[in-house]
Design a protein around this ligand. Structure first.
Ligand code: PMP
Length: 368
């Protein structure tokens, strides 16, 4: 049995995604891997039409609805693939006879979403954080929103740049669409403010291959011509996300994680813990003369804490020494370099405290 017993008990995984999952969830998945719910087979080996699997999917949906208090006029869909699939599915489904969509440009991931949307729509970049090198957001009263746009898209948390919206944009009648891949379920949310929310699973929910879509019912069913069946939200909505064979294991893990979140006391509790963890890290960065984070404090991400050292040559040294201390996967995204600690829901406070201790020792050793 693979129990990780050969590893030091204190490895902390700061990967941005696929990311660490709650230890309790991994232990449960491990314990029931060969015999799921007394079926005598693994959840990997059972039909998605079996009563047990179908019941699990419905329960997962209900748990997610409970966690977010999702109103009845929203579908919860378990969609194949990653968030990048949604970069195409959103315009394919939400343009609805219109030709333009508004995008808020806040960094690496919003750019990727814009690039893909341009294949289907005229994209109006209604706001850009470029002037601040994506470390801040221009004031909403300067945004050039188009009241006739099909929708407004924004990236709620920029995983690469470590910038997070601390408010929900106001878009009037125009449906608001958000990529919450890296901050889904990190805090409570007023779902009724959104037309559509999507998030790949491999950061705060599960393993890769699955994407959660929460979409207002009236927005579904008017795809652009020639939209493939599996890219039409209606296919998922009308078939309880089981039209074809779903991503079974990621779905199973997500069901366990939703239960785990409920056991933590729900999203208010989780949000308070997340705030505490990231605040400790930012405080350690700001109090040092060694580590730097240039994101405007109000927009600093609670999930992805990016930082740099006084000179870039030290980054590989930091990574090597951190790894030896059991602190893994702290390398920044290749597009920007530097360092990044992803502290999703599953990261215990003890992991953050250990990282801070290590950072203080490292700074002490390398400060000139
Ligand atoms: N959007 C954001 C905010 C992300 O962080 C990522 C993945 N890091 C993606 C989109 C792309 O997700 P996927 O690899 O599942 O397509």
């Amino acid at each position: 049995m693979n129990t990780r017993a050969d590893l030091p008990a204190t490895i902390y995984n700061f990967s941005a995604g696929p990311a660490m999952l709650p230890l309790e969830v991994m232990q449960q998945a491990n314990a029931e891997f060969l015999n799921w719910q007394g079926t005598g087979v693994s959840v990997l080996e059972i039909s998605h039409r079996s009563p047990q699997f179908m019941a699990m999917v419905r329960e997962a949906e209900q748990d997610l609805r409970d966690l977010y208090r999702i109103p009845d006029n929203y579908h919860v869909l378990f969609v194949h693939g990653g968030a990048r699939h949604q970069f195409s599915m959103v315009p394919m489904n939400l343009l609805r006879n219109k030709t333009t969509a508004d995008y808020l440009h806040t960094g690496y991931w919003s750019q990727q979403a814009i690039n893909e949307a341009q294949r289907y729509a005229t994209v109006n970049v209604a706001m850009s954080g470029e002037a601040s090198n994506y470390t801040s957001l221009p004031e909403p009263n300067t945004w050039q929103l188009d009241p006739s746009a099909a929708y407004v898209h924004y990236t709620a948390n920029e995983t690469v740049g470590g910038l997070e919206f601390d408010f929900i944009p106001e878009t009037g009648e125009v449906p608001l669409v958000t990529d919450m891949s890296s901050n889904i379920l990190s805090c409570p949310l007023d779902i009724s403010r959104f037309g559509l929310i999507y998030a790949c699973a491999q950061k705060n929910i599960s393993s890769s291959g699955l994407t959660i879509v929460i979409v207002r019912k009236d927005l579904v069913g008017q795809t652009v011509v020639n939209t493939p069946t599996m890219f039409d939200y209606r296919t998922y909505a009308e078939n309880g996300s089981l039209y074809n064979t779903p991503a079974n294991y990621p779905l199973y893990l997500s069901a366990l994680v939703f239960k785990w979140l409920k056991q933590q006391g729900g999203l208010e509790k989780v949000a308070a813990q997340n705030h505490e963890k990231s605040s400790l890290l930012y405080q350690a960065i700001d109090e040092s003369n060694f580590y730097h984070n240039t994101v405007e404090p109000r927009y600093r991400s609670t999930m992805n804490v990016v930082f740099r050292l006084p000179n870039d040559d030290l980054h590989p040294v930091f990574l090597e020494e951190a790894s030896k201390a059991g602190l893994r996967h702290l390398k920044g995204h290749s597009a920007v370099g530097g360092l990044r600690a992803s502290v999703y829901n599953a990261m215990p406070r003890a992991g953050v405290e250990r990282l801070i201790n290590f950072m203080q020792e490292f700074a002490h050793k390398h400060e000139q």
